[in-house]
Design a binder for this molecule. Structure first.
Ligand code: ADP
Ligand code: MG
Length: 243
């Protein structure tokens, strides 16, 4: 197994709050890797620390075999790490196609995508975008925006894709469709790290999971192993989703 991402002892503080406290994990090529934990546990902050949104206060990130600690997000994107955000933020006045093209043009090394429009249309097709490509982004509903987010993330040709609560707010039928697309992305050769709350998605998709609680890693293993870990059940007490 080859590691695509190695995070070692990542620390991120906001003033006196230690949002991520010495979290280490390794993601292998081809995996769908789950990052779970109660609200406020530090999951998004961890993603931000490895993807260049901000520098971690301590720790080491290795991506594709080289150290990338503290690299800016645009650099990480060009190296092959792309992501979606918990709250979708497209350019509202651009069309869906134009939104994807921004990523195709600026998310890749210059010249890497010869025909950004054709490539972007291909990405919209790949994620089964349900609307005409010339629909303005501010006319899209939640489900459509999630597909657009995926197409934008894929347009920069990632080797590793970080998904932050992509499934939130979807109905059961929509979840099944989204899960099928996530599998299709993995099968196309993209490794995936997903932060997710919805247990059906985690149990159905993830090869391995890390559980974070109060900024610390409290469990790691297959979905089956983690589901039976008493520390995990305890962390989730009082939350509406129980493993
Ligand atoms: N930019 C920020 N400034 C200050 N505190 C933050 C910031 N981002 C996150 N936090 C705090 O860090 C902790 C972890 O947040 P977050 O990573 O968003 O959790 P999760 O994604 O697991 O729900 C929370 O206590 C949150 O309030
Ligand atoms: Mg979050």
């Amino acid at each position: 197994m080859t590691a695509i991402l190695e995070a070692k002892d990542i620390v991120k503080r906001f003033g006196g709050l230690v949002a991520v406290n010495r979290v280490s994990l390794t993601v292998n090529e081809g995996e769908i890797f789950g990052l779970i934990g109660p609200n406020g546990a530090g999951k998004t902050t961890f993603l931000n620390s490895i993807a260049g949104t901000f520098k971690p206060n301590a720790g080491v990130v290795r991506f594709l075999g080289r150290e990338t600690t503290g690299f800016r997000s645009d650099v990480m994107c060009k190296l092959g790490m792309s992501r979606t955000f918990q709250i979708s933020q497209p350019f509202p006045k651009l069309t869906a196609l134009e939104n994807v093209m921004v990523s195709a043009v600026f998310g890749n090394e210059r010249g890497a995508v010869r025909d950004p429009e054709a490539w972007s249309r291909q990405m919209l097709d790949f994620v089964e975008f349900p609307m005409p490509p010339d629909t303005r982004a501010d006319n899209l509903n939640t489900v459509q925006l999630k597909r657009l987010d995926l197409a934008r993330a894929l347009a920069s040709k990632p080797k590793l894709l970080l998904l932050d609560e992509l499934a939130a707010g979807l109905t059961t039928g929509e979840l099944d469709d989204l899960m099928a697309i996530i599998r299709k992305i993995r099968d196309s050769g993209v490794t995936i790290v997903m932060v997710e709350h919805i247990m059906r998605v985690i149990m159905g998709l993830c090869d391995r999971i890390v559980v974070i609680h109060y900024g610390e890693k409290i469990a790691e293993g297959t979905p089956e192993e983690v589901a039976h870990d008493p520390k995990v059940a305890e962390a989730y007490l009082g939350e509406k989703y129980i493993l």
